[in-house]
Design a protein around this ligand. Structure first.
Ligand SMILES: Cc1cc2nc3c(=O)[nH]c(=O)nc-3n(C[C@H](O)[C@H](O)[C@H](O)COP(=O)(O)O)c2cc1C
Length: 421
């Protein structure tokens, strides 16, 4: 009897152990299995029309453009740019960087099991691009670009002394994914340039203004910084980038300093939405007594642009451009009497807003003068059917820039008088 009871006890205990084991192992089972077995319902018959399939692209945005530091077995420092990089775990804090086996950095990291991740700010956009264009097998990139390799305090890898953030990582895993091997690095230490730290030791991301890899351009917050595989030519002898905007940590100042008269355009069309935005920026300008004495004609019709190109010898670029905006002063809205000429200043402020907005939107524009030359005013009036009460101040020619036109540095100290002449 007692034997029977103890047998039952043993059986019961076994069942409990098996059940508990199943529960635990089920919880540990990879989540992917559960996801795979789920049946998805409520899929619409067709994809909503605004969504366009572009194939299996890695369009996670923003995508970083960081620079990975490593030592060769001989202790030579090297850097390479990586966009396939990101935080992959919290505890331990880990970063994944995917690197092709053909890179020197790959061989280095395989040998040293360590790397650093360096986050650039806009003033290093060309350095970052160069590090992603040229192999450490062909060049000492640190030396060419005048960057300082600093030996990591905790791992056998160099970090870039000039960049705002450097992260020291020790390799814990390597995953062969196909074209790339993903190195998982446990973060041992992170260093931040003290000028980018806020009082609570949080990183001031706005000031660092980290670089976003956007495919056809590098971006900072709201500004284009250059083109991949182009801006790094700054460090190549006998070569120059085709697109080299001035990087500035303030995006408004970046647009102001980068604005230039753009007279060479690609075939790409400027859309109606873009023209609308430009005109809206124009209307945001200040005006005397808030009279807003203006009217705008936005043009993208080829034959009208061609007709306007004959206004003067300085408007020939209208033949190449895909759009234009004509800024008119409206005498019915302008101040009366002595204050009437203020319309010129008001419309000029609107015109400058349009030029700056165009720069900030990646477009190029040039102001071509009409008023006060009567013959030009007459051509514009005739081509556009404009009424008698309006006066065309200018034609702002707009298009996508080819990159040939560059901004000028117009800062002349002697033009400034402090306090009195
Ligand atoms: C914006 C940008 C992102 C890049 N991302 C990666 C990347 O994630 N993985 C990779 O293997 N190569 C990437 N590259 C290419 C390498 O940085 C490039 O081949 C570099 O010259 C390798 O240098 P190394 O041979 O000295 O290691 C990128 C290049 C650029 C310009």
């Amino acid at each position: 009897m007692r034997n029977k009871a103890s047998l039952l006890n043993v059986l019961l205990a076994t069942v409990v152990v098996v059940l508990v084991y199943q529960l635990v192992t089920q919880e540990r089972a990879p989540k992917t299995e559960t996801i795979q077995s789920q049946t998805v319902t409520n899929i619409p018959d067709s994809i909503p029309s605004k969504m366009v399939s572009v194939g299996p692209k890695g369009h996670i945005h923003p995508k970083p453009a960081v620079v990975v530091g490593s030592y060769s077995t001989e202790g030579e420092p090297n850097i390479m740019t990586a966009a396939w990089a990101g935080v992959v775990n919290s505890t331990p804090m880990s970063i994944g960087v995917s690197i092709r086996p053909s890179r020197k950095s790959y061989d280095n990291i395989i040998a040293t099991k360590a790397f650093t991740v360096n986050v650039p700010s806009p003033q290093f956009v060309a350095h970052m691009d160069y590090a992603g264009n040229v192999s450490g097998y062909d060049d000492d990139k640190f030396k060419t670009m005048g960057l300082t390799p600093v030996k990591g305090d905790f791992v056998n890898a160099p970090y870039i002394g000039e960049f705002p953030i450097a992260i020291e990582c020790e390799v814990t895993d390597m995953i062969d994914l196909g074209s790339h091997v993903q190195f998982i690095g446990k973060v041992i230490d992170t260093k931040v340039d003290s000028k980018y730290l806020k009082a609570n030791n949080e990183v001031d991301i706005e000031r660092i203004n980290p670089i976003i890899f956007g495919g056809d351009y590098y971006y900072g917050f709201g500004q284009r910084l250059g083109q991949p595989w182009d801006i790094g030519k700054l460090f190549k002898e006998g070569e120059a980038p085709t697109y080299q905007p001035l990087a500035h940590e303030n995006p408004t100042l970046a647009s102001i300093y980068n604005r230039k008269s753009v007279r060479h355009y690609t075939d790409q069309k400027v859309s109606r939405e873009q023209l609308r935005e430009l005109v809206k920026a124009g209307m945001a300008a200040p005006t005397a007594a808030n009279r807003q004495p203006w009217a705008f004609v936005a043009i993208s019709d080829r034959s009208i642009l061609d007709s306007l190109s004959g206004i003067s010898p300085y408007t020939k670029m209208l033949k190449e451009a895909t759009a234009a905006i004509v800024v008119f002063g409206d005498m019915n809205k302008a101040l009366e009497g002595k204050g009437q000429p203020y319309w010129i200043q008001d419309c000029s402020a609107a015109s400058q807003n349009i030029l700056l907005a165009a720069e900030s939107m990646g477009l190029g524009a040039v102001w071509t003068g009409v008023h006060p030359i009567k013959e030009r005013e007459e051509v514009v009036r005739r081509v556009l059917n404009a009424p008698e009460n309006v006066i065309p101040l200018n034609v702002i020619v707009v298009g996508y820039p080819t990159g040939e036109d560059k901004p000028k540095d117009k800062w002349v100290e002697s033009n400034v008088h402090w306090e009195k002449w």
